[in-house]
Design a protein around this ligand. Structure first.
Ligand SMILES: C[S@@+](CC[C@H](N)C(=O)[O-])C[C@H]1O[C@@H](n2cnc3c(N)ncnc32)[C@H](O)[C@@H]1O
Length: 258
């Protein structure tokens, strides 16, 4: 897998225009006014401004938020940064850990787990649709820093190949139907996290977690509001994304001395 983001740059006018380019490629980058040869961009240091036809543009390295927002090709609903950052923190995903997830979808969450567990860690992702496996693999080639992801093209309910995982994240329609296999693959004390868009699904998950004796269960929702940048009339934007989904966190416990 190529080390994706190292050769990517963000070109922006600081307003609406924002584009990711690969500086290893050649050709023209068309701007709101005029164009610039990608070869020329290679000579501009990161964090510097340049001018084309009297208009100022800025060149930055492409960060993971930029890549998720405008670089990642998506054909499924993805986990957005407002949730993913919190998921990584709550599941205590850190360098060297082994984490499982289903489904892979477009690979947005996979990419972030990959970065969080680093060179010594492992991500095992389960996806039933071959086309989404290919899409996620492309997104990982473009955006991942480490070669630490294994994608299994299968139904999660058909079994998990790994064991003693530190955490497992589920973003599938009926995660409660896979609770047995997921808990078998998780180490005692391991972190579970579910993302679901509807309250009906939350109820099924809560019943399942209770039946399986999981503890420290929490249900949370994250609302994010942006602000208009006028210092004299500083106030929130008029519209916001009101709902993405619910997050359910829980921990596996083993009864007795097993
Ligand atoms: C909403 S998408 C996941 C998006 C992903 N979390 C991301 O951030 O890009 C849900 C994915 O789960 C897959 N899926 C649904 N049920 C599954 C199952 N039982 N086993 C494996 N994959 C499943 C679907 O094919 C779909 O690609």
């Amino acid at each position: 897998m190529t080390q994706g983001m190292a050769c990517k740059r963000i070109i922006t006018d600081g307003k609406r225009f924002k584009r990711i380019i690969d500086i290893e490629q050649s050709g023209k980058l068309f701007l709101p006014q005029g164009h610039i040869e990608i070869e020329e961009l290679k000579g501009i240091p990161i964090g510097h401004a340049f001018t084309v036809q009297d208009r100022t543009y800025y060149l930055f390295d492409c960060d993971i938020h930029d890549f998720l927002s405008i670089g990642l090709k998506r054909r499924t609903q993805i986990i957005y940064p407002k949730e993913s950052g919190y998921i990584i923190l709550k599941m205590d995903i850190s360098p060297g850990k082994k984490v499982g997830e289903a489904g892979t979808g477009s690979g947005a969450m996979t990419l972030q787990f990959s970065r969080a567990v680093g060179r010594e860690g492992e991500v095992y992702s389960y996806e039933k649709e071959k086309d989404f496996v290919k899409l996620a693999e492309k997104n990982l080639r473009d955006g991942a820093e480490f070669e630490n992801v294994t994608i299994h093209n299968q139904l999660l309910e058909d079994g998990i190949h790994e064991s003693n995982l530190d955490g497992f994240f589920l973003d599938i329609k009926k995660p409660w139907e896979a609770l047995d296999v997921v808990l078998n693959a998780l180490k005692p004390g391991g972190h579970l996290c579910f993302f679901v868009p509807t309250t009906n699904q939350v109820s099924y998950i809560l019943k399942g977690l209770k039946t399986h004796g999981c503890v420290l269960t929490e249900v949370e929702e994250i609302l994010k509001r942006s602000y208009k940048l006028n210092p004299a009339r500083f106030r929130p934007v008029d519209k916001m994304i009101a709902h993405t989904g619910y997050l359910i966190f829980s921990r596996k416990v083993v009864k007795g001395e097993e």
